[in-house]
Design a protein around this ligand. Structure first.
Ligand code: GLA
Length: 729
């Protein structure tokens, strides 16, 4: 049983395969967090938290117990204003203008399986995954406001999923200013380092790891999207934790909009770790009888270092977050015309690219930006989702038929959430974009953002997109979003609800994506936001892969794919071979290395195939052929990070197929060094007594590969790389 209630001790014990999480109700009133970590066997002990009397700067909220202060108490869901001076999980304003609330333990129930937060994405775990849900209910008796804390606990997937629901059973409205999904207090424990994934456009998901110190660490996005700048994820690690051993406590938010995650230590050495909706961008009017639910937060603990944590997220995301039809389905080798043509294409050019891609073994052609409206540059056309017949006189259908006749699939780019001021849609609906009356409408890439919370806008987009998909034999959609939100106001909301606009935007987006992906379950959807500006679990629930970055340089990609892999498995990452000099950084790298970097995830090509030399053509054809042989392992095997891109020995990672029979080792050199002995790489996760054979017929025992390591052949030039395939015999 994954959830145990100990009545006498008033404790709730949550157990996953390797983890325990314990909550105790203090004084019959306050649920406190007492333990999270390695799985425990437990005697019948109460008072797990030893609260002592502290000075009057930590006031006492209960007359009956002067040792008790919220300042020292590790609360399961902290509020603000009554002696808890850390960042709260909940902040409200009631109809009198007061922000006080006293959520006291009311009741609990245990449900079989789990339900998803209404209208939002989440992990599709069921009772068959050893998943049950504890709902702890707190109540403020003055406001008659209920707070339900949901904990879904999966034995099999080793995860605890939290969310919060607020129900207003009083007769006056309450304003919610902040409602987080998850918060954990580590009582008297501040021996941590904080890790997060930061970046920028073309530099997504770099790794930051620093000691927690004594000030707070805020990781957030206020951009209306999860963002290139920060991923909705935070981890606390022990100073000694590395890729293979040591404790990691992490939270990942299943949400695609503005968010916040925070870790801070208070004066008693109590560390608070939290994640949820961004507060600056949020407010919600909760009417009597109304309820509000947060997105869900995934809590993963690993005693086996960062690879241990990633392994848990990878399996969960592949098998229980991404849409079920795609959880085991191989992804096609694609070619995309963006870096080959940008906006400068016509029917003839596209057909020639399809011919060439087909002859090289590619399986899906993706027509990128520029096929619709009057879209000859990024200055116009967004919102006008009809084919540009001047550019493509035969229409989309003739192109998709052309690809299909060759046995290739045909895909299309959309940027549904945007509107160009120079578009028919804007001319007929100037109030459909996010804006504040009388204020300037800031443009980004010459475009404005549609008010996705409005039903009529969702319906317009659904009808236009669904018509194109069903009439033109579309097999794949790239769903882009190329700017962040400003002036987040809605023409459809009253003044007291204007601060709901950003969250309503995300709910509207989720509703639209839900309709489309359910209507077209056979279409492979890939999300994108100027590359990886919205690479988050919320998007993956609808669309099983994401364009990792607009940066296609194979050296830069090592950093980006390395960082991305902390949470997201290779099958969720789009990775393309592009031309040299690279369009973003002008670097020249060998075609083999560009291939190896892209083959580490979902392989694609994004370059003018017509310009390839015959030698390059041959190499590309071989890459595609080889990738088809190994892609099951790449896309569904266990990915392990070995050597970080910051190391001066090069970058390395490996993948082991789920049956352990195939092992792929990727090694990327950086700059060649004179007088260098080369690199010996120790592999992981092999069977010590099994024999493995390379493509050249060399045999090794697993123990040799893991403990003595494998000698990598010397590299021939800067940015050279090696891909070694081993098969168990
Ligand atoms: C974004 C995407 C690119 C490409 C362009 C088209 O930048 O990330 O891959 O689709 O838009 O405008």
């Amino acid at each position: 049983m994954s959830i145990v209630y100990k009545e006498k001790e008033e404790q709730f014990h949550l157990h996953t395969r390797n983890t325990s999480y314990i909550i105790e109700v203090l004084e019959g009133r306050y649920p406190v967090h007492t333990y999270w970590g390695r799985k425990l066997r437990f005697t019948d002990r109460t008072g797990l938290v030893d609260l002592r009397e502290v000075c009057s700067f930590s006031p006492n909220p209960l007359d009956s117990n002067k040792t008790l202060s919220f300042d020292t108490m590790p609360r399961e869901y902290p509020d603000y204003g009554r002696s808890d001076y850390q960042s709260p999980a909940l902040s409200i304003t009631d109809s009198s203008g007061s922000h006080l609330i006293d959520p006291v333990y009311d009741s609990f129930r245990i449900e079989e399986g789990r339900s998803l937060p209404q209208g939002m994405p989440g992990c599709r775990l069921t009772a068959d995954d050893g998943c049950d849900t504890l709902v702890l209910t707190l109540r403020d008796s003055i406001l008659d406001l209920y707070i339900d804390l949901y904990y879904s606990v999966s034995e099999e997937y080793d995860v605890i999923i939290r969310r919060t629901e607020i129900r207003n059973c009083g007769n006056k409205p309450v304003t919610l200013n902040k409602v987080l999904s998850s918060t954990v207090d580590f009582y008297g424990d501040s021996d941590f380092e904080v890790m997060n994934l930061y970046g920028a456009w073309t530099r997504e998901r770099q790794v930051s790891r620093i000691p927690i110190g004594r000030s707070g660490h805020l990781v957030d996005s206020k951009r209306g999207a999860s963002s290139h700048e920060q991923n909705p994820f935070l981890a606390l690690l022990r100073p000694e934790t590395d890729e293979f051993s040591g404790d990691v406590y992490s939270m990942s938010l299943v949400y695609s909009g503005s968010f916040m995650a925070e870790a801070a230590v208070n004066s008693y050495g109590k560390t608070r770790m939290q994640i949820g909706l961004q507060e600056i961008d949020f407010q919600w009017q909760l009417e009597p009888s109304g309820s509000f639910t947060t997105p869900e937060a995934l809590l993963v603990f690993s005693p086996d270092g960062l690879n241990g944590m990633s392994g848990i997220y990878h399996r969960l995301f592949r098998e229980r977050l991404c849409p079920a039809p795609w959880s085991k389905r191989e992804r096609p080798v694609l070619m995309n015309n963006w870096e080959a043509t940008y906006f400068d294409f016509n029917e003839e050019k596209i057909k020639a690219l399809i011919d060439e891609g087909h002859s090289l073994g590619m399986e899906l052609f993706v027509l990128d930006d520029g096929w619709f409206g009057r879209r000859d540059s990024d200055a116009s056309g967004l919102g006008d989702w009809f084919t540009n017949l001047q550019k493509l006189p035969g229409g989309l259908k003739s192109l998709s038929d052309y690809a299909h006749r060759k046995g290739m699939q045909f895909g299309l780019w959309f940027e549904p959430e945007m509107i160009s001021p120079d578009s028919d849609l804007y001319r007929s609906h100037p109030d459909w974009c996010l804006h504040v009356p009388g204020r300037y409408r800031s443009e980004g890439r010459n475009q404005l953002v549609l008010d996705m919370g409005r039903q009529e806008i969702q319906d317009y987009l659904y009808c236009s997109i669904a018509a194109i998909l069903s009439e033109n034999g579309i097999d794949y959609v790239k769903w882009d979003m190329n700017r962040n939100i400003t002036e987040a106001g809605s023409a459809a909301l009253p003044s007291e609800r204007q601060k709901e606009t950003s969250h309503r935007y995300i709910l509207g987006l989720y509703s639209l994506m839900d309709r489309l992906v359910n209507e077209f379950p056979e279409i492979l959807f890939e999300s994108c936001s100027g590359g990886g500006g919205r690479f988050d679990p919320g998007m993956l629930y609808y669309m099983p892969q994401t364009w990792t970055s607009d940066n296609t340089d194979s050296y830069e990609r090592l950093f980006i794919q390395w960082g991305t892999s902390y949470l997201y498995p290779p099958v969720t990452m789009g990775a393309h071979v592009s031309e040299v000099p690279n369009h973003q950084v002008k670097r020249i790298t060998p075609i083999e290395t560009r291939g190896n970097a892209a083959m580490s995830a979902n392989l694609g090509y994004e370059l003018d195939l017509m310009k390839l030399s015959s030698e390059e053509r041959e190499k590309v054809a071989k890459q595609v052929e080889f990738y088809k042989k190994i892609r099951r392992t790449i896309q569904f095997g266990d990915f392990i990070r070995l050597l970080p891109p910051s190391s001066d020995r090069g970058t390395a990672w490996m993948t082991v197929s789920d049956d352990g029979a195939e092992v792929l080792v990727f090694y990327f050199g950086h700059l060649l060094r004179p007088n260098d002995l080369g690199c010996r790489l120790k592999l992981r996760s092999l069977n010590t007594d099994r024999l493995y054979m390379t493509e050249d017929g060399e045999k090794y025992y697993g123990s040799e590969l893991m403990y003595a390591g494998i000698s990598l052949p010397p590299l021939d030039c800067d940015f050279d790389s090696r891909l070694i395939r081993l098969q168990a015999i």
